[in-house]
Design a protein around this ligand. Structure first.
Ligand SMILES: NC(=O)c1ccc[n+]([C@@H]2O[C@H](COP(=O)([O-])OP(=O)(O)OC[C@H]3O[C@@H](n4cnc5c(N)ncnc54)[C@H](OP(=O)(O)O)[C@@H]3O)[C@@H](O)[C@H]2O)c1
Length: 180
């Protein structure tokens, strides 16, 4: 397997979209469907007990929206927790958020600690959690409610699938910086 750092991965994505001509939304669809295939292979026996997608503000969150849609199509009970205001989403992630809204998938807007803590019960009742908070776009140490969301995922008894990389780990070093 070819392992690349975040910058190289971003350049490969840009090349695929701009030079090769495969639209970003197609890449996002393929990533989300591929993740769902892995999720069903690993945790297929428990997905119907409840799935939670925790989405960050970028395209990693967009991948999470695609996964939520595929799970919903399989009649799974799906909740999405967005760790930012929905107005923040752009481009391919926004397009997939809109699809989830059209499908009436339950979306909880949690842009701060207070709104996130109110959703503890969803973390507790989910058999599978999809960590779609940050991928290669992580640009600094995580703090505040983003760090709280990672702790809530880590302390839950759910099986966890992280899109690209466990959120908070650097794509270059694999190291997690403790929040201040
Ligand atoms: N179709 C596609 O576009 C496509 C293609 C291939 C892969 N992907 C997926 O998308 C991911 C890359 O997407 P992306 O470049 O949008 O990056 P991302 O990993 O989704 O994260 C970028 C977002 O997170 C914010 N952020 C970064 N570090 C933060 C921190 N410590 N605390 C709070 N916010 C933080 C950024 O805000 P700031 O701007 O403020 O830093 C930005 O909004 C990949 O890992 C992959 O999962 C998407």
């Amino acid at each position: 397997m070819l392992l690349v750092d975040a910058k190289t991965m971003q350049e490969m994505d840009r090349h695929t979209i701009e030079a090769v001509g495969i639209p970003g939304i197609v890449l996002m669809e393929n990533a989300g469907r591929g993740c769902t295939d892995v999720l069903l292979k690993e945790f297929g026996s428990i997905v119907h007990d409840g799935c939670l997608v925790v989405a960050g503000p970028g395209n990693n969150g967009g991948d999470g929206f695609v996964i939520a849609r595929y799970l919903e199509q399989r009649q799974c009970k799906v909740n999405i927790i967005c760790l930012c205001n929905l107005e923040k989403f752009r481009g391919d992630a926004l397009a997939n958020l809109n699809i989830c809204q059209n499908l009436k998938i339950k979306i909880h807007e949690c842009p701060d600690e207070e709104t996130l803590n109110k959703r503890q019960a969803i973390f507790d009742s989910s058999a599978v959690i999809v960590d779609a908070i940050f991928g290669t776009g992580l640009s600094r140490e995580i703090r505040g409610h983003y760090a709280t969301a990672v702790s809530m995922i880590n302390s839950s008894s759910a099986k966890v699938l992280s899109v690209d990389i466990a959120s908070g780990l650097s794509s270059d070093t694999g190291i997690y910086s403790e929040p201040l």
